[in-house]
Write a protein of this length. Sequence first.
Length: 303
Amino acid sequence: MSAEANFTRPARLAAIAPYLWMALFFLVPFLFVLKISLSQTAIAQPPYTPVFDPGAGWEAIKAAFAAFSIDNFKLLVSDDLYVLSYLRSLVVAAISTAILLLIGYPIAYGMARLPQRWQGIAMMLVIVPFWTSFLIRIYAWINILQHDGLLNQVLLALHVVSSPVVWLSTDSAMYLGIVYSYLPFMILPLYATLSKMDPALLEAAGDLGASPRQAFWRVTFPLSLPGVGAGALLCFIPIVGEFVIPDLLAGSDALMIGQTLWLEFFTNKDWPVASAVAVILLILLLAPLLLYDRLQRRQLERP
């Protein structure tokens, strides 16, 4: 066997590994969920029919396939509860991602402009919240935002308000919790992109007569768009399916799709409908991924 063959074989195996990982931990579970979404609710264990029984023979398997139906997906389209849950989740995710970008971009830009010896410390400060449990951090915000919590005490002491403000069980509290929790996911991709930018480009823009503002919008921001896209995806996609933050901080007037999914699984015990909700959610989230991939391809093809 030649040296080139010895080199390419491990490389090929390494290239196959991600596909095997995706097939094992994404495709196979998705097929299970898709199968359940085409089933019907049953008072049994498991709580749905039909159930595949390979030992019963090929005729039983064909009968199981024949029993599949799309009634659960028709229900999702016809029931306002699910439609409004999807719409609310998308709106909340879009607004939260925009807020995260407005806050995270200046922070990442400032980190990238710091002296090299301070950039590691700044990154550590961004990552430090991850050292504490996510659930504990959300419960900490409950204590801060409650009627006699720290925020109201500070506002009363500064005479900003005359009586305690209701923060909990509001959309404001939900957005605050989401932005706090997902801010590092926006900052880190932006910082990784901005820190690689060549300062000579800004110097060249200045030599050509561009003001600092013009240099930012014509040089810095366009070159940072891959980081903007990556940060937006890292925030938008998990926020759409977020359950803990809306459940603990927001009101119960309107549910996000993550809460609806949880109710169907654990309260209504309707696994087929819950699986259909999950399948539609996955399909919706494929759109921004495909859009990002298309934009990346266009940028690479650009001369």
